[in-house]
Design a protein around this ligand. Structure first.
Ligand code: AMP
Length: 368
């Protein structure tokens, strides 16, 4: 089949490679020149909401999907000609606004941190009174990798927080003293068949994902997270891969956010699972049933951020994925995946890789 992918970053690149492996052809739309996915198929260079470019892309392909969350939903709704778009645009719409997202979790009985809608500095005071401090204040729209966030530790900081991010609608959340973070990644086919990967343990720094480990060896937690994930997939009549990010705090599992797309915390599935998240997304949007999601060992993924040091290129273990992007502080340039026979072996390997990557980043002044 011919697949149109909106967005041509590294997620598009890996989707494109997976599609090629399954005998499909991809066409991309992206505003940037020479994006990572250009290695996987032709790119129409235009803004995401350019109606002409979207129609040209839609006419060329059998199905459309997206790898980028901030594509204007209205522009996609406006595509004429009836080319199917998966995942459903309602999922994209809900994921674009943290309030809609939280209200979806509430409707589906998925526990989440206490929150307060904030449209003024006075609302921030009210949120602090209602929820307590610290509060994590986030822009409702267009936030990613911890951008558009402010941790309010003291009411004296209200003016500062408001000045920093308060020109747009906000959400204030209870600061969760979590034990660790996990993501639940699953896929649903056109016929409603669901498959969920084992839970992934994620470590962030400065709001950016650094390291993922899978599987998380906790059956109770996994069953709970998978129940939440299935609830979302069914409710949204979803087609494709969806990632749900959760905080683990004692016995509680609290939803943070979801992404209606393949996810950085699922990159390990390329080497570490029977079918990668990318192949499963492509399978779903082209009408095939999900492929098996069993793990093939204990996987770890280390993100390469800001720079890809020579030491990472010559590491004794792991598979390097270089997205071909130019270095820039805080930018995700690639990742390395290791797959080991045991969890401790995997942890030792990712610890060495993380040390190497962090040291080189700091030396190059690109630590974030
Ligand atoms: P987000 O953009 O919402 O995924 O936030 C980025 C990261 O900030 C998360 O992965 C957490 O590490 C941290 N974070 C976000 N919200 C909270 C919260 N309510 N409590 C504690 N940490 C948080």
């Amino acid at each position: 089949m011919r697949i149109g992918i909106i967005g041509a970053g590294q997620l598009g690149q890996m989707l494109g490679f997976a599609a090629r492996g399954l005998g499909h052809e991809c066409f991309f739309l992206d505003p940037s020149g020479d994006p990572p996915a250009a290695k996987a198929g032709p790119v129409v260079q235009a803004p995401f909401d350019d109606p002409v470019a979207l129609s040209v892309l839609a006419e060329k392909v059998d199905v459309l999907t997206y790898e980028f969350e901030n594509v204007p939903v209205e522009a996609l709704r406006g595509i004429a000609g009836g080319t199917p778009i998966y995942p459903p645009l309602e999922a994209l719409r809900l994921a674009q606004d943290r309030l809609d997202e939280k209200q979806l979790f509430e409707r589906l009985d998925i526990p989440l941190p206490a929150y307060h809608v904030v449209d003024s500095a006075a609302d921030l005071h009210a949120a602090a009174d209602a929820i307590g401090l610290p509060l994590v204040v986030k822009t409702r729209r267009l936030g990613y990798d911890g951008k558009g966030q402010f941790v309010l530790r003291d009411k004296n900081q209200v003016a500062e927080a408001w000045q920093a991010i308060g020109t747009v609608p906000l959400i204030a959340e209870q600061w969760v003293p979590f034990d660790y973070e996990v993501s639940a990644i699953g896929v649903r086919g056109v016929d409603g068949q669901v498959a969920a990967y084992c839970l992934t343990h994620n470590e962030h720094a400065g709001g950016i994902l650094r390291v993922s480990h899978a599987p998380v060896d906790d059956d109770r937690l996994t069953a709970k997270a998978h129940a939440y994930l299935s609830r979302m997939l069914e409710h949204l009549d979803y087609v494709g891969v969806l990632a749900l990010e959760l905080f683990v705090a004692g016995d509680a599992l609290l939803a943070n956010e979801f992404a209606p797309r393949v996810h950085n915390s699922g990159h390990w599935t390329i080497e570490g699972a029977a079918t990668s998240q990318f192949a499963n997304h492509i399978r779903a949007v082209t009408g095939a049933a999900p492929g098996p999601v069993d793990t093939v060992g204990h996987a770890g993924m280390v993100n390469l951020i800001g720079t890809i040091p020579d030491s990472a290129r010559h590491a004794a273990v792991g598979t390097l994925h270089d997205y071909g992007k130019s270095p820039r502080p805080g930018r995700k340039l690639g990742h390395i995946t290791v797959v080991a026979a045991t969890g401790p072996e995997r942890d030792a390997q990712t610890a060495v890789l993380t040390e190497t990557v962090t040291q080189s980043s700091t030396l190059n002044g690109t630590s974030t």
